[in-house]
Design a protein around this ligand. Structure first.
Ligand SMILES: [Zn+2]
Length: 486
C-alpha cells in the first residue's frame, strides 16, 4: 500500500509547480490532463477527447445564448479567392503576414491563389451582397462554428496555434446604432458566459485604435487575468461600420427608396477560452474545472474492501444512476487495476469538481464522503436526497471559483498616479495597472516599449479620468487598463 501511495505522489509531481515556472506548469497540465497534444504539423495541436469535451460544453453555453438573441448558424467555405481577400485594404494588410495559401489543386497550378480563411469577413461579405437587397432583408444575424488558420511563429496549445477552432458571428444592419447595439450585446453575452459558465471574471471595454481589428471602426474586448498576472484577451466584438459593406458591395434599398450600404459587425471567441480556464483556476495538482464546463462534474471512487464488487460496487452504480438521472455528468471509476489513492490523484489532475468516495463504512452510515477539488474540503453527505446535495455542492464550487478569481484580480489591480509609479508597478507580472491615457498611439507605443505592457482596453462605464495622461501629461481621454499579456 505504501508503495502504491508513493507512486500516486510521484505521478502528481510530474507537474512543475506554478511558482517554479508557470509556463512549464501550463504545458505539463495540458499534456498530463490529456487536453491536447502536439501534432506532426508545426504549430498545430490535436485536441484530445477530454479537451474537446470541454470545448463542446463551452460551445453549448454560447450557442444557446446566440440563438436566444436571434442568431442562426451557417457554414461558409474554408477557401477565400485572393481577389476577395484583397478588397478591404486595411483588412488584408492586417492579416497578410499570417495568411496560408493554396496554389495547386491536384497536379495543376491554380489561376487564382486561394487563401485559407484567417477569418471570414471576405467570403461572408460577398454572400451578404447577394442576399441583401432591401431593408426588409435586415438584420442578418449569422454565426458559424469553424476552424481558421493564421500562420504563427511561436505557438502554445490553446493560446496561440496556427489552426484553431472558434465561432465567428457576422451581422448586417440597417442603421449604425443597430450595429453598435449588436456589437455591445455580443460583448455582454461573452462577459456573462465567461463569468457564469467558465467562472472567468472579465473586463469589458473598447480597444485602442492600434489594437483594433484590421478594418473595424471599433473593437471591444473582454480581458481576463491569468494566475501568473498576465492578461488574456478572451473575446472580441467589432463594429465594422460600413467599411466591409463598401468593400464587398453590401447595399440595400432603404425605407426612403435610396440605396444605402449596410452596417456590419463581426465577433468571435475561440478554444483560447480553454487556456483561460486552465490558467485562471488550475493549481499545483493540475486542472480545476468549473462544474458547468467539466466533462465529469463528479467522479465516484468505490473503496475496495473485502468482496467490494458484490457489496460496494452495486451501491456505487446505484449512486451513479441517481446522479445521472438528475442531469449530473458522472464518471464511476470502477477500474480494478488502480488504487483509490491513484484515482484521487488522477481525477484531481483532471480537475473534476467533486469526488465521492464510497466504502463499506459509508454504506453502513447510509452516506458518502464528498471531496471538493477547489478547496479540498471533505464532508460526509447523507445518501437521502443526494441529488440535491450534490447539485448544491456543484453550485457552490462554481460560485467559489468565480469569487476566488474575482478576488485575485482585485488584489492584482492597482492604479498608477504618475509614470514613475506606473513603471515601478509594471515590474514583474503585477496584473492590471489602471492609468489615465490621452488617446495617442505614440504614448501607448512608448509605454509598450518601455514596460512591455499593452493597453488591454478602456472599460465600459469607467469613471472620468482622475488626472492627465500618465505618459505625456496632456488631458486624458479615459481610464485605460494596462497589463503584460498573452
Ligand atoms: Zn499621452
Amino acid at each position: 500500500m505504501a508503495n502504491k501511495t508513493e507512486k500516486a505522489e510521484a505521478f502528481v509531481t510530474e507537474i512543475t509547480p506554478q511558482s517554479e515556472d508557470f509556463s512549464r506548469w501550463y504545458l505539463d497540465v495540458v499534456r498530463r490532463a490529456e487536453l491536447a497534444d502536439y501534432s506532426p504539423v508545426k504549430g498545430c495541436m490535436v485536441i484530445r477527447p477530454y479537451g474537446y469535451a470541454i470545448w463542446e460544453l463551452i460551445q453549448q453555453e454560447l450557442d444557446r445564448r446566440f440563438k436566444a438573441t436571434g442568431h442562426v448558424n451557417a457554414y461558409f467555405p474554408l477557401f477565400i479567392p485572393e481577389s476577395l481577400l484583397n478588397r478591404e485594404a486595411e483588412h488584408v494588410e492586417g492579416f497578410a503576414p499570417q495568411v496560408a495559401w493554396v496554389t495547386r489543386g491536384g497536379t495543376e497550378d491554380l489561376d487564382e491563389k486561394l487563401a485559407i480563411r484567417p477569418t471570414s469577413e471576405a467570403i461572408i461579405g460577398t454572400m451578404y451582397a447577394k442576399w441583401i437587397q432591401s431593408w426588409r432583408d435586415l438584420p442578418v444575424l449569422i454565426n458559424q462554428w469553424a476552424n481558421v488558420v493564421r500562420w504563427e511563429k511561436v505557438t502554445r496549445p490553446f493560446l496561440r496555434t496556427t489552426e484553431f477552432l472558434w465561432q465567428e458571428g457576422h451581422t448586417a444592419h440597417e442603421t449604425e446604432p443597430e450595429a453598435e447595439e449588436e456589437t455591445l450585446r455580443i460583448l455582454g453575452i461573452y462577459k456573462e458566459c465567461c463569468e457564469s459558465a467558465l467562472a472567468l471574471p472579465v473586463v469589458d471595454g473598447r480597444k485602442s485604435e492600434s489594437e483594433k481589428f484590421a478594418g473595424a471602426s471599433r473593437t471591444y474586448s473582454i480581458e481576463a487575468l491569468m494566475g501568473d498576472g498576465r492578461a488574456l484577451q478572451a473575446g472580441t466584438s467589432h463594429n465594422l461600420g460600413q467599411n466591409f459593406a463598401k468593400a464587398f458591395g453590401i447595399q440595400f434599398q432603404a425605407r426612403d427608396k435610396s440605396l444605402q450600404f449596410a452596417w456590419t459587425t463581426s465577433w468571435g471567441v475561440s478554444t483560447r477560452l480553454i487556456g483561460g480556464v486552465i490558467m485562471t483556476h488550475g493549481d499545483d495538482s493540475g486542472l480545476v474545472l468549473p462544474p458547468r464546463v467539466a466533462p465529469y462534474q463528479v467522479v465516484i471512487v468505490p473503496i475496495p474492501r473485502g468482496n467490494w464488487q458484490e457489496t460496494v460496487l452495486p451501491r456505487a452504480r446505484e449512486l451513479r444512476d441517481r446522479l445521472v438521472g438528475a442531469g449530473v455528468r458522472v464518471m464511476l471509476d470502477d477500474r480494478d487495476a488502480y488504487t483509490p489513492g491513484w484515482k484521487y490523484a488522477e481525477w484531481e489532475l483532471r480537475g473534476v469538481p467533486v469526488r465521492l468516495e464510497l466504502g463499506p463504512k459509508d454504506i453502513e452510515k447510509h452516506a458518502v464522503l464528498a471531496a471538493r477539488r477547489d478547496t479540498r474540503e471533505k464532508q460526509s453527505l447523507p445518501l437521502d436526497g443526494i441529488e440535491a446535495r450534490v447539485g448544491h455542492l456543484l453550485d457552490d464550487v462554481q460560485q467559489s471559483l468565480l469569487a476566488r478569481a474575482a478576488a485575485f484580480r482585485e488584489e492584482r489591480t492597482t492604479r498608477a498616479h504618475d509614470y514613475a509609479e506606473f513603471v515601478r508597478l509594471m515590474e514583474g507580472r503585477p496584473g492590471f495597472v489602471i492609468a489615465p491615457w490621452c488617446g495617442s498611439a505614440a504614448c501607448e507605443a512608448a509605454i509598450k516599449t518601455e514596460t512591455q505592457a499593452t493597453l488591454r482596453n478602456l472599460p465600459l462605464g469607467s469613471p472620468a479620468p482622475e488626472g492627465p495622461c500618465v505618459k505625456c501629461g496632456r488631458p486624458a481621454e479615459g481610464e485605460a487598463w494596462f497589463a503584460k499579456a498573452y
